[in-house]
Design a protein around this ligand. Structure first.
Ligand code: SAM
Length: 298
């Protein structure tokens, strides 16, 4: 019953690593051999026909291009860090978004990249090396244990929280005809429900922690899950804290048509990708701080 055939209708995306190669130059070079165009939303993303295999392309091998999907490439852009900013990536490996952030801050400022899993720290280091970024501090540790009062973090202006999740947005791509409940954004069986509950507890903690850094102005939360429990419910649960710290929900990619499930007022700010429409399930939320509360307001 399982449909194991690869999804042939999904375009292939490559992100240009602007630390090494200019987008226009990448476009020109790829045009010699492929049908390629710029993505209509992500400025450093190129779109190629489904099935295009660039794994062994010299520009991929030398880190000028990263094989990175559209949803994944939207995350760092949604955070929109400015050059010179210090940015914290809470859950980093294998590091695709970390090095995208490094490219967006134009090799200036600093990225602090946390990763809990020792093996995955190696992948993260490999990705950073390949990207040519020289302003990424990789830290093997638990993001939840970081002390927000440590002077090391006093200038962190943006935090990316891309936590471990159920991956149901990618599972659904393969199993959509079998599991209609996945598509509706709900977990299907008891084991799943238990696992998702645990993941959601971690996701809530990580997001709340990210919002608590003293100088942070922008926080992005993303998952490749389609479950409401890991997405809208997580956002809803941190809203009281977010509001007390003067954050409001921003609207990542306002032109994108699919938004959050309407579980609270303001969920229309959230961004969803749909496994049927977009060939992958994904979720992005953005918090923007209006002003930093003074000590007496806190
Ligand atoms: N952002 C990555 C990328 O784009 O390449 C993908 C991140 S993956 C969804 C989540 C990562 O978070 C995993 O590598 C996992 O080991 C790590 N992780 C889980 N709990 C963590 C924690 N408490 N502190 C730091 N990293 C954690």
């Amino acid at each position: 019953l399982l449909n194991n055939t690869p999804n042939v209708s999904k375009p292939r995306y490559v992100r240009v690593n602007t630390l090494k190669l200019d987008v226009e130059l990448a476009l020109q070079q790829l045009k010699e051999a492929y049908k390629v165009k710029k993505d209509d939303m992500v400025p450093d993303l190129l779109v190629l026909p489904p099935g295009t295999d660039l794994h062994n392309h010299p520009l991929v091998m030398n880190g000028s291009l990263f094989l990175q999907g559209k949803a994944s490439s939207m995350v760092a852009v949604a955070l929109m860090p400015e050059p010179e900013w210090e940015v914290l990536d809470a859950c980093s490996a294998p590091g695709n978004k970390t090095v995208h952030l490094a490219a967006l801050i134009e090799g200036k400022g600093k990225i602090i990249a946390y990763e809990l899993d020792k093996k995955r720290v190696k992948y993260l280091e490999d990705t950073v090396r390949k990207s040519g970024a020289n302003n990424v501090d990789v830290i093997h540790g638990d993001f939840l244990e970081t002390n927000i009062e440590d002077p090391l973090y006093s200038n962190i202006r943006a935090v990316l929280v891309d936590p471990s999740c159920s991956g149901s947005g990618t599972i659904a791509e393969r199993l959509d005809h079998l599991l209609p409940s996945y598509i509706k954004g709900h977990t299907s069986d008891v084991d799943d429900a238990e696992r998702v509950k645990k993941l959601a507890a971690f996701q809530r903690k990580a997001l709340a922690h990210a919002l608590s850094f003293p100088a942070v102005e922008r926080v992005v939360y993303s998952t490749c899950s389609i479950f409401k429990e890991e997405n809208e419910d997580v956002i809803k649960s941190v809203l009281p804290l977010a509001h007390s710290l003067n954050f409001e929900l921003g609207t990542p990619f306002p032109r994108w048509p699919r938004r959050g499930l309407p579980v609270f007022d303001g969920a229309e700010h959230l961004l969803r990708m749909d496994p049927k429409e977009d060939k992958e399930g994904f979720f992005i939320a953005l918090f923007v701080r209006k002003s930093i509360p003074s000590k007496s307001e806190k």
